[in-house]
Design a protein. Sequence first.
Length: 208
Amino acid sequence: MSRLRVAIIACAPLVGILLLGGCATLTPSQQRSASDVRAFADRTARVYGIAPIHFLVSHNVDDPPGSYRRGFFAISALTLDSTFRDAIVAHELAHYVLGHDAPLPGDTLEEMKQAYQQRELDANAKGVEILAKVGGVSDARALKTMYAYLLGVHWALERYPRLNLSGHKPPCEEIADLLMRFPRERAWTAWLECAPDSLGRAGIGAGG
C-alpha cells in the first residue's frame, strides 16, 4: 500500500478493533486526532525509509492505550483524546522502526521476559527520537513528553498497585533508564521524580 490507512479487523465485540467510521463512531475530535496520528505515522515511515504501517483504532475498553504487532499498530479510542497520545504513538511506532517483529531471544521464560523488557526500554528512547525528528520539536521537549507519560503510569501504579504493566518494568525504573540515555539533558532532568540519582524528588523542570 502506498499510504497508511485505518484498516478493519472485525466488527465483533470480542475483537474491538474497528474501522474508522465503520462499526463504531468516533467523535469529531477523535476523528481529527486519528487523522493526525495517521499523518504522523506516514511521516515516520518516510523519515526512516520504511514501508507505511497500518493504523487501527480499538474501541475495546480492556485493550491497552497502545500496542504493536507485525504489520500494524493500534491505539484505543480513549488515547485519541489523551494528553499522552503523542508519547504512546511514538512508543508504538518505535517498535516498528526498531524491527521488534522477531521472536524474543532466550532459552528460558526469564530470559525472554528480560528481552521483552529491554525492547520496551529501547522503544521509550527511540520514541523520544521520533518525537524530535518527525515531530520537529527539541530533544528536551520530546524527552519531556515521554517522561510525562511514564510518570503518569507511575502515579497510576501508586494509586492502583494491581495495575497490569503488561510485562513492562515498573515505570519508575523505565524513567530512570530513559533519563540516563539523554545525558545532555541532565541539567533539568536530574531533579525529576524517578531520575536515577534523585528518586523521590518531584518536578518537571524547564527545558525545551
